[in-house]
Structure formats: structure tokens, C-alpha cells
Design a protein around this ligand. Sequence first.
Ligand code: UDP
Ligand code: MG
Length: 318
Amino acid sequence: MNTPILAIIIPCFNEEDCINSTSLKLIEVLNCLEADNEISKDSFLFYVNDGSNDKTWDLIEKLNIEYNGKIKGIKFSRNFGNQKAILAGLLEASKYNVDCFITIDADLQQDENKIKEFVQKYKNGAKIVAGIRNNRKTDGLFKKITALSFYKLMNLMGVNIKINHSDFRLVSREVVETLKNFKETNLFLRAMFNELGYKNDYVYFDVKPRKYGKTKFSSCSLFSLAISGITSFSLVPLRLVTIIGFVIAMVSFLLGMTAIIDYCVFHNTVSGWATIVVAIGFICGIQILCLGIIAEYIGQLFQEVKSRPRYIIEKEII
Ligand code: UDP
Ligand code: MG
């Protein structure tokens, strides 16, 4: 426990520009921690090449030889997405008797000098230490607004997740062993780790600007991650659909009653079709929206029922 074996998991997709400098910096962090007897000398870096189509994998293979196995890795057969790359890293690195795992981005936008703090919190008994961004200075206005709204929405829907949570995180071996029983295809790790109930702690860090290359997330993939996060953790949207349906039905029932009273008591004829057209259009819109929400959940079920492998490993270097 005093000198745990630490594996640093790094997902990468087309990161040829930063692999070498990232490896240098992270190996330095490992060396320092090893010299201070904070972690075991068997600690290592573990790259997950998520279907890169540049030289990323060749560089990882070279580093593996250069550092005599202190840098290991796996290569996916194609791009499976960052969440699956992180999961694969945790599951596959667990073969090496690892005591604790830290996941960090290949561009090192997250502060690698905080790794020591993560390890200390682990030694103090935390099973999961989550990295929380101090701010979103490096994000554009659009990403800032959408990210904040997403976290607020998740909290409103009953998903317990801290604002500005990131995938810079330490988890203990016990957590990874538990994670092996979670077979779902749609992953949203930030919420998943919170659900486990293990003792949590937090480390706050500043995000650095990306030095090399550009972000590997398009607005589309971020949107799909957000939808996956909501639909895999909350049934509130489905319940909302039921409530909206009920409210609309009640309102139309009351409207019907007033029309009958109007006709029987006041002998008024209905005037104007615009109101009817607007009402029909509005209700049609709500119906289609509700169908869309239900379709999202059916889509999730469809993917889960097929239970295809979550990732395919083409190569492994040890
Ligand atoms: N990444 C990945 N697969 C993907 C997209 C991204 O493994 O399909 C990795 C990427 O190489 C990086 C991390 O996930 O190590 C975070 O990506 P990025 O820095 O582009 O995200 P941002 O910091 O812009 O949110
Ligand atoms: Mg980044």
C-alpha cells in the first residue's frame, strides 16, 4: 500500500505531435514519485491507440522498446471513441497487478504535476479521486455554455455529477474489478464512477491550452456523448414525456368542455380556424419531440441488446 503500482492510462487518437513530449513528461513524473518512494518501480504508462491514422502507433512501439516495457500499449482496430479507450486502458492494464490507475489526456492539457496529489489522496483512503477543472478558460464561449448547461441538466435529472468534472481521474484496483461487471456499451464514465458508491475525493487543477494539434472532439461527438450521458443515467426525460402528454390531454379536455358549454348555454359558434391550426401544429411538434426522446432510449436498448464487443484490440505491446 505504501508503494503502489501505478498505471497511467492515456487514450490517443491522432496524437503523433505530442506522444513523445507527453511520454517524456509523464516518465519524469513517474521517476520522481518512484525516487520519493511514493509509488512502486513497476509503475508504467499505458497508451490506448484509438484507431489513429497517423504515426501515433509507430511512435508508441518505438517508445516501448526505448523505455524497455515501461511504456506499454494496445491498438484498437478502428476508432471506438475516447470513453471506450479509457475503459479498455483500465481493463487491459489491470492484468499487470496494478494497484491504482490514473487516466489523463494525451495532450497533457490536464496538469500532470497534480498526479502526486492524486496518489496521496488514494493513500489516504479514497478509492476514486476525480479531477475537477478550476475553470474553462481554454474553452470557447459555445463550449463553456453548453458544458455548463449539460452539468446543470444532469443534476436536475437526478444524476449526481460534479460541475467541471473531467476524465483526469485516479481509480483503485477494487473499482476496476467492480467495473468489469458493468457490461454496457454506451459509456459515460464520469457518471458511472459516481454510481459505484466508493469513497470519493477530488483534486482541482488548471487546464492548459492544447500545445500540439487540435481537439479530437467535434461538436457532433460532444453532443452524442451528452445524449449518451443523459439516456444511460436518467429516466426523467421519459417521465417528462408522460407528464407532458397528460397535461396536454387535460387541457384539450377542458377546451372541449368549454366549447360544449359555449354551444349549449351561450349558443356561440366557433370562430376562426387559426387557433385550431396553431394548436394542432403545437401538439404535433410536442408529439414528434416525445417520439424522438423515446427513440433515443430505444436506440440505446438496441445497442445494448446486441451486446457487441465494446472495442477490438488488434495489437498489444507489453
Ligand atoms: N481521444 C480518443 N478518441 C477519440 C477522441 C479523442 O482517444 O475519438 C483522446 C485524445 O487523443 C485525447 C483525449 O481523448 O487524449 C481528449 O481529447 P481532446 O484533447 O481532443 O479533447 P478536449 O481536450 O478538446 O476536450
Ligand atoms: Mg485536450
